[in-house]
Design a protein around this ligand. Structure first.
Ligand code: MN
Ligand code: MN
Length: 317
């Protein structure tokens, strides 16, 4: 039988890492779901193009993780679930569509990796994950707390409010809610006070820089323990020098390498879901932001791979 070489990265139809396109739920280990919604951004939009571009930039993920020593695409039964049918002019209808898609995949036992979209999409995802797992430990990477009560008068849902709504709805275990990468000017001191009053353990960039990455990882692991861990990754936690393609950039953030270290640092934890939000391709002319985003998804897939290989295993010393 003749050997058919795999397609080179620049050829073929594009799904995430060329995983099978599977819009209808099937029993899979992981479903990668796009949510091309950006109508609730507060500055410049463009993240509706995030899922499409992240798929395109995922094609250089050759498959083997040399740090975590796993090959997620051959170990996991992972699929690209396509995009949620968002409604650009209706955030509540969009949230309903996200919940329906998430529920359908969680019901067949898949773990979800969701590609945004702006950060408002995390609330419906937290709802469906909490419905399955109970109140969640949440590791929230972001330059911003996203805990405003209302970003616009009378509007409870936008990309600046998902975590206050999630706390109100009891979706987050307040003992295990960690914000990581917070920085930049705010409208006043109350922005941080509000987040702290909600129970967040806020690790600002100022604090992060005073410690080693290993120390920060150790504290997060200790705080979260064996709780079901949902990671939500707003790409604006990264320094705009590394990730300019986002709607509300803040200078002075993580390097790409620190982000990889922090995500890998959750190896062996009870990871149950992940989203990557706020990648805005129109502000990303070299695709550097989307390349990092695709690699962060690969790291999370690698964490799920480790989990599947050794469920309940504790981290080696
Ligand atoms: Mn955010
Ligand atoms: Mn942000």
């Amino acid at each position: 039988m003749s050997y058919t070489p795999p397609l080179p990265p620049f050829a073929g139809i594009c799904t995430f890492a060329r995983l099978p396109y599977q819009p209808a739920p099937i029993a899979a280990d992981v479903a990668i779901l796009g949510v091309p919604y950006d109508s609730s951004t507060s500055y410049r939009s463009g993240t509706r193009l995030g899922p499409r571009t992240l798929r395109e930039q995922s094609l250089l993920l050759w498959g083997y993780n040399n740090v975590l020593k796993v090959a997620p695409f051959t170990t996991l039964n992972a699929v690209d679930a396509g995009d949620v049918a968002v409604v650009p002019v209706d955030i509540l209808a969009t949230h309903r569509a996200i919940e329906a898609a998430a529920e359908s995949w969680l019901n067949v036992g898949a773990k979800l990796i969701t590609l945004g979209g702006d950060h408002s999409i995390t609330l419906p995802l937290l709802r469906r994950h909490a419905a399955k797992y109970g109140p969640l430990a949440v590791l929230h990477f972001d330059a911003h707390p996203d805990t405003w009560d209302c970003e616009y008068p009378g509007q409870r849902y936008s990309h600046g409010t998902p975590f206050v709504r999630a706390i109100e709805e009891g979706l987050i275990d307040r003992e295990a809610y960690v914000q990581l990468g917070i920085r930049g000017p705010t409208s006043g001191p109350q922005d941080y006070v509000d987040a702290l009053n909600l129970g967040a353990r806020m690790i600002t960039m100022e604090e992060f820089r005073q410690h080693t990455v290993a120390d920060v990882i150790a504290e997060i692991r200790q705080r979260i323990g064996s709780r079901p861990l949902y990671m939500t990754f707003d790409i604006d936690c990264i320094d705009p020098a590394f990730a300019p393609g986002t709607g509300t950039p803040e200078v002075g953030g993580f390097t790409s390498f620190e982000a990889l270290q922090l995500v890998r640092g959750m190896d062996g934890m009870n990871c149950i879901g992940f989203d990557l939000v706020e990648v805005s391709p129109p502000f990303d002319p070299t695709a550097i932001t989307s390349i990092l985003g695709a690699n962060l998804v690969f790291e999370f897939l690698s964490l799920l791979c480790l989990q599947t290989k050794s469920a309940g295993a504790t981290r080696p010393a």
